[in-house]
Write a protein that binds this ligand. Sequence first.
Ligand code: ACO
Length: 323
Amino acid sequence: MIRSVIQGCGSYLPARVVTNADLAKTMDTSDEWIQQRTGICQRHIAAEGEMTSHLALKASERALEHAGLKASDLDLIVLATATPDETFPATATRVQAGLGMTKGAAFDVQAVCAGFVYGLSVADSLIKNGLASTALVIGAETFSRILDWDDRGTCVLFGDGAGAVVLKAEQGAGTTADRGVLANALHSDGRQHDILYVDGGPSSTRTTGFLRMEGKEVFKHAVVNMAAVVGEVLAKAGLETKDIDWLVPHQANKRIIDGTGRKLGLPPERVVVTVDRHANTSAASIPLALDAAVKDGRIKKGDLLLLEGIGGGLAWGASLVRW
Ligand code: ACO
């Protein structure tokens, strides 16, 4: 059985760090309010002219180096983003050109904060179906560009960044001891559009628009749907919560992460948290958290990882990966 095995990972954060105290200088907010409600202490913000493709390219170069592979080995790039450089073409093609990759295909997927899990599932399916053999899956965002900086209820929550993994087709035994992606589960519910969306776009207002959110509603859906999709993906693989070595969740809010961990009965020591340093980087948050825990040595070869995320759509999903 063909498995998509993660060969390496990488990430990149823009140089500029904006702390909660920095925000409190220009708007009616406080470090205490933001930390208590979200666990966020700081976020990275892209420089003028620094685009999603630039962050994605740097994360991709680091992932390829970590994997010991070259751009010429790749035949697929799937880039998850809700903040592309341009309406078209796909930002993935910018990364393709930047890396110097000339064969195969590069395209974007749009599932906002669930984007990385969607991208991983798509790449995994293409690999398993023989349409690709070596793939880069990237989550990259410049959410600072779609924030209404006059809306303190949303602008304090997000940051910019990128993370990437390199997948390679390998023959597995077809058991859960195999390395690679073991199972995926994806969902969306378009009826929930109004609780989290951007009020602009090429076909509606012909502007980019700003993020709008009903935070309390999103919170409720997040905890319920996350616990359910985790159960679903574990059942698909025939595994149980106790088998998970690391939960690597979308980093929206410390309280959502804690709530999901509690519902699953996972101790906090087995949950990777970076929301304090990165804030919510949408599609980039899972690969950023993954890279942090791999590079500091917490995640080791053979560990079972549960990746999960939810965002605008609503769209949500989970992937079970043997590292
Ligand atoms: N600083 C200070 N006060 C603020 C701020 C701020 N940045 N933002 C809002 N307030 C005020 C409000 O004006 C309100 O004041 P009032 O009572 O005088 O009217 C008060 O704080 C409470 O506002 P609420 O919006 O009710 O605050 P709540 O406790 O719901 O917390 C939050 C808001 C943090 C957004 C919460 O709802 C939440 O975590 N939701 C989850 C949404 C999320 O994480 N979304 C990320 C994108 S989706 C995803 O990635 C899953």
